[in-house]
Design a protein around this ligand. Sequence first.
Ligand code: FES
Length: 169
Amino acid sequence: MDENKELKEKRYTCKCGKKDEFLTKLFDTYLPIKDNLIQMLNEVQEHYGYVPKDVQMELSEFLKVPVAEIYGVVTFYSRFTLKPKGKYSISVCLGTACFVKGSQKIMDRLKERLKIDEGETTKDGKFSIEAQRCVGACGLAPVFTINGKVYGKATVKMLDEVLDKLEQE
Ligand code: FES
């Protein structure tokens, strides 16, 4: 086995001995150029539900981009997360239009009910909370979203009702 092939085999093989087919395919699909970073991160986020630290290091090596730069990109864009999201990923818009219409109250209530902070996931993996900047629905402010579905003209009461339902599922 040539050196590169051996390295590749080692890299995409999990400690349990099983190959990570997703990573193998990802690194086979893209050319190792920096311009591919965002697209590759999109695929990683979609596949794992977050961008694991190990994968950031793999990307760094593959694309010859410092891992600190990759971390900077992951933390800059709200669509990327460093931790797995919950089954229900709830985002409260804290953009200007929503904020002046009271979205902070919705965020506060959400944190109070779920007993977690922004960027966190409940222990049972059911809910996670994020803050967002303008989701493009300012006419419906204040807004929160659950797995991308928009809840407009939101109130604390509306949030409570939606959470009541989801908690029973
Ligand atoms: S500021 Fe919230 S949707 Fe635009």
